[in-house]
Design a protein around this ligand. Structure first.
Ligand SMILES: [Zn+2]
Length: 384
């Protein structure tokens, strides 16, 4: 059965905190240190932890999440992401999508991984992580820790991909093409950039300047018409159209709606699109081979992410979740975790990742165990 990406809009429960000591920063750090501690014996294939991250880990990089206090769904009640079938079928929908993406790209492109991403990389260097599965399309994980494997569940914005021939084309080059094809939009973009509307990291300030940014990297500009926007065709299809298709462009290089191929789409899994089988199998294998799973900055609202945690739980693996706010169906993930434990059986905390994760790295480096008394030096797992 294809695994489709669909949005989840039901309200989330208030967060559970487990063990109860994880309600403070030092308590959460101690519980997570105990959770991640490699076992002395293991029946799991690698004894390590797989990370599953979501939009919450990128908030400190200046990107909005979906459901946080400054999240897209929270601030902008009418926001509705484009669906895959709309994008594929509708030239007008693509014009709107690319116009908004044209304005949003600069901000995303100059955003950088934050302390939380680098802390994940440092945990990887300690030998306690096996891989990172991310729902994010911002490429921050592969940038922050190229040596620790990242599986991008929902694709990535750094490339476009052709709907006809599947060739990827750099989003950065695509941006230059859009600027050349839409000179008045390029002027608007440079005005927005010089006004600082696109450079502030505060979503409220952005909104006051008429800009709303969402995690997929596009911007809402009230009163702007999208119908005049133009976008280029796939260069590979232009040079060599797939059999039985025609790819036509205007004299200056805009894709013409008389074409039957050569449409570029961002290399992300849009809502209503299916996750490719190789990605689905790779993330399942990453869960199966790990000893436990730690969710960072995700409410698991997206089924494709939620089912991975359920899969881990069904396989008897401990679950940890560090997310500000509630998580979809979380009571079932922590039903067997005691309130008075030390974190080994499971952790649930609701604190900022850019504070928790660097403190966790520091604690593990100092060799302090869950009790806070140990002077034993932390050693990476010997099977690492
Ligand atoms: Zn193509």
């Amino acid at each position: 059965m294809p695994l489709m990406r669909i949005p989840y809009t039901a309200p989330l429960p208030p967060p559970i905190i487990l063990p109860t000591s994880a309600s403070t920063l030092p308590g959460a750090v101690a519980a997570l240190a105990d959770f991640l501690r490699p076992p002395t014996t293991t029946t799991a294939p690698n004894g390590k932890t797989v990370i599953l991250s979501g939009a919450g880990i990128s908030v400190a990089s200046g990107l909005a999440d979906y459901r946080g206090s400054n999240g897209t769904y929270t601030l902008n009640k009418t926001y509705r992401p484009i669906y895959y079938h709309e994008f594929c079928a509708n030239h007008e929908a693509r014009k709107r999508y690319w116009a908004r993406s044209f304005l949003g790209w600069t901000n995303l492109h100059k955003s950088r991984p934050n302390k939380a991403h680098y802390a994940v990389g440092q945990l990887g260097e300690m030998g306690i992580l096996s891989s990172v599965i991310t729902q994010n399309v911002d490429s921050f994980h592969p940038k922050a820790h190229p040596g620790l494997r990242t599986l991008e569940l929902h694709g990535y914005l750094r490339s476009t991909v052709c709907l006809s021939c599947r060739t990827e084309y750099s989003r950065e080059s695509f941006q230059q093409d859009l600027a050349a094809l839409n000179p008045s939009w390029a002027v608007f973009l440079s005005e927005m950039l010089s006004s600082g509307a696109l450079s502030t990291e505060n979503p409220l300030e952005r909104r006051l300047k008429g800009l709303k940014t969402n995690p997929d990297g596009d911007v809402d500009v009230p009163g702007i018409e999208y119908t005049t926007f133009r976008y280029p065709a796939c260069p590979a299809c232009l040079a060599n159209p797939p059999t039985g298709t025609k790819v036509q462009q205007s004299r200056d290089g805009a894709w013409e709606p008389t074409s039957t191929a050569g449409v570029l789409k961002p290399a992300v899994i849009m809502f209503g699109d299916s996750i490719p089988d190789p990605v689905k199998l790779a993330v399942e294998a990453a869960v199966d081979e790990a000893e436990r799973i730690l969710v960072l900055g995700s409410s698991l609202a997206t089924y494709s992410a939620w089912r991975l945690v359920r899969r881990a739980q069904e396989l008897g693996k401990p679950v940890g979740v560090a997310n500000l706010g509630g998580v979809r169906g979380e009571e079932q993930f922590f039903a067997k975790v005691g309130a008075g434990g030390e974190g080994r059986e499971g952790v649930r905390c609701s604190l900022p990742l850019e504070e928790v994760l660097p403190a966790l790295v520091e604690r593990l480096r100092a060799g302090v165990g869950a009790s806070g008394m140990s002077t034993e030096i932390f050693r990476p797992a010997p099977w690492g």
